[in-house]
Write a protein that binds this ligand. Structure first.
Ligand code: NDP
Ligand code: 8X3
Length: 256
């Protein structure tokens, strides 16, 4: 059992939703944040029914700095001592050569994956330091380790997440606060639908003929990071499907 208060950004879908389920099953209390609060309400009801989980739902756009600060600084007292922050909210927009990519897509990725993560972390970290307890777990990507063709700005945002994780670890030395990054390869979620602006067929083709990671596979690793003894910091975990060897090399079978 994990007797912790865990805040998960992007809990309305995919990896964030799976983290909510995994931490709920392990006994945590949860703050669920995302823009689609109807989904969060449904998830909260489901977790209450299945595991008796206490949840607090936050309708939050992590790109909105003043909303992030206002919302996280005014949490009800029972919900203000966040022990574990899972910085998962993120997206990819487009898969285009740099020279033809939409600048608006770049803005959205940088605002969400980098600035959103910074706003949430900067707001919650002083409280963790004051309470002498906290763990920041970032969801990075293999895209932060390997830049692939047309991945340009998405890869840059995930390389930034990696650098921010390292920077936090250095700056928090001497405090008990832990910092980890969990960096998956292909995980079947709504990620590709969002990347391809709702083109479901193109999104499906990303996972065709291979067995991708499931969101629950990633959530297991996040829970592992969060449940080590306090003197152990898991810095970085890179995981990919058995059917994937790099950002560009995958094993596809049975494709007609
Ligand atoms: P999904 O699209 O399924 O989920 C993304 C989540 O992020 C949603 O809950 C969405 O909620 C939330 N989100 C997006 N923008 C914002 C915002 N501005 N404010 C608050 N929440 C936001 O994708 P994944 O689960 O795959 O993605 C989760 C993370 O995992 C991302 O950081 C992604 O880069 C990373 N990742 C994904 C991989 C994959 O192959 N799927 C591999 C490696 C890393 P809502 O729209 O309701 O706000
Ligand atoms: C998501 C995985 O390889 O599509 O971060 O960039 S990938």
């Amino acid at each position: 059992m994990i007797d912790r208060l865990v805040l998960i950004t992007g809990a309305s879908s995919g990896i964030g939703l799976a983290c909510a389920q995994t931490f709920a099953q392990a006994g945590a209390r949860l703050i669920l944040a995302a823009r689609r609060s109807d989904r969060l309400q449904a998830l909260a009801a489901d977790l209450k029914a299945k595991f008796g989980t206490a949840t607090h739902v936050l309708k939050l756009d992590v790109c909105d700095r003043s909303a992030v600060e206002a919302c996280l600084q005014s949490l009800p007292s029972d919900w203000s001592g966040v022990d574990v922050l899972v910085n998962n909210a993120g997206l990819s927009r487009g898969l285009d050569r740099f020279q033809t990519a939409e600048v608006q897509d770049w803005e959205e990725m940088i605002d969400t994956n980098v600035k959103g993560l910074l706003y949430v972390t900067r707001t919650l970290l002083p409280g963790m330091i004051e309470r002498g307890q906290g763990h920041i777990i970032n969801i990075g990507s293999i895209a932060g380790h390997q830049t692939y063709p047309k991945g340009n700005v998405y890869c840059a945002t995930k390389a930034a997440v990696r650098a921010i994780t390292e920077g936090l670890k250095l700056d928090l030395l001497g405090t008990p606060i832990r910092v980890s990054t969990v960096d998956p390869g292909l995980v079947e979620t709504e990620f590709s639908q969002v990347r391809f602006h709702g083109d479901a067929e193109r999104a499906q083709s990303v996972y065709a003929g291979l067995t991708p990671l499931t969101p629950a596979d990633v959530a297991d690793v996040v829970l592992f990071c969060a449940t080590r003894p306090v003197h152990v910091n898991i810095n970085e975990v890179v995981l990919m499907p058995t059917d994937q060897a790099s950002a560009t090399q995958v094993n596809r079978q049975n494709l007609s």
